[in-house]
Write a protein that binds this ligand. Sequence first.
Ligand SMILES: *Cc1c(COP(=O)(O)O)cnc(C)c1O
Length: 445
Amino acid sequence: MESSKQTDWVARSLKSVWHPCTQMQHHETVPLVPVSHGRGAWLYDAEGRRYLDAISSWWVNLFGHANPRINAALKDQLDRLEHAMLAGFTHEPVITLSERLSALTGNVLGHCFYASDGASAVEIALKMSFHAWRNGGLSDKQEFVCLKGGYHGETIGALAVTDVPLFSDAYGPLLRRAHVVAAPDARAAQEGESAADVARRAARELEALLQERAGRIAAVIVEPLVQCAAGMAMHDPVYLAEVRALCDRFQVHLIADEIAVGCGRTGTFFACEQAGIWPDFLCLSKGISGGYLPLSLVMTRDAIYDAFYHSDIARGFLHSHSYTGNPLACRAALATLAIFDDDDVLNRNRVRGARLTQALAPLAAHRQVRHFRRRGMIWAFDAVVDPAEAATFSRRFFAAALQHELLLRPIGRTVYLMPPYVLDDDEIDGLAARTQSVFEQVVGT
Ligand SMILES: *Cc1c(COP(=O)(O)O)cnc(C)c1O
């Protein structure tokens, strides 16, 4: 009975739902999991089998599924105000959320502009940068710089600052491509070089570009500390300090895309804090609503805000989304921020993180594991596999992980863990042991 419900859901989904980031034909062999409910770090399928959500459902879920505190906040908000337009109107959740986030930057980034998804936040930052320069009389600044392997979303504008060959090969003709400079990926270290050396070397390439072209460049966009979609490529914080200094020197904006790395993921609330810098634009999404509702925002400085402040409507920022500042999403975000405070989350994650790192030590020593790395609540390593088997590694790993009650979805040959901030000791130890079992099942012992 239950089993036929599961089969039925899969068949109906494959017929009518076009799934994201999926070659649908692969579902002839790769399982599609119908989720019936979630609780804490676990997702349950229609047959009652469970899966530890070790990648936080694409990096969004911070405090587990069906979190009682976020649920309560949303139920309360639902009976007050589900939504109202944010042009000409305002409401308490969006005001308080803006104030609280600004305070987390010491009010350096004191102005919050809202949208619903990460790609839209990136579009907003790009448009705002260009328009701020134009309002200041520098209308030649129309170009952007991104990093090799950088990922900033998949709408046309965001794709233009995204360097993922699969996408640029497919949609390249539609894009106004950005300049691509070296990534500070610590794995690129040559004999005797430290991660900081790699970072400084990469910064010199950006310097050379700015020296030549800063008059035409509006902004540099980076994913601070971890280029996630590139395969959890990590870099030394000194890179961000170098880029900040270069942007100041050459009059170019710095956009920090903290959509994946913000909200405590790298160990501090904002990744930029670890470099002691603030960008001109900071994009947040994914974890900000606790993984409950689509919400994104761009935080910026007084100087940018002032560049738009005028009686002329065309000098104002021209951008809107129907669901801008949705009260339910903002309430979910406020409940999420409250958990950070009430549970001393950043400190407790240090303890959780140390335990998981230790539990993963045997796997890190496996002879087919390279570049085991960690930053905050992100762990990753590269699997050494036969070139002939590399293309299907991720899919085979995903399927094997399901058999071990794990949701894990490698990026190419990079296996990563990005768990929610709720794992207890048993879950941490189980996650490490099972990840090792899956790895050994897929590549051998
Ligand atoms: C996920 C992501 C985006 C895009 O966010 P969406 O909500 O998927 O549009 C942008 N930048 C980074 C760094 C991301 O990880």
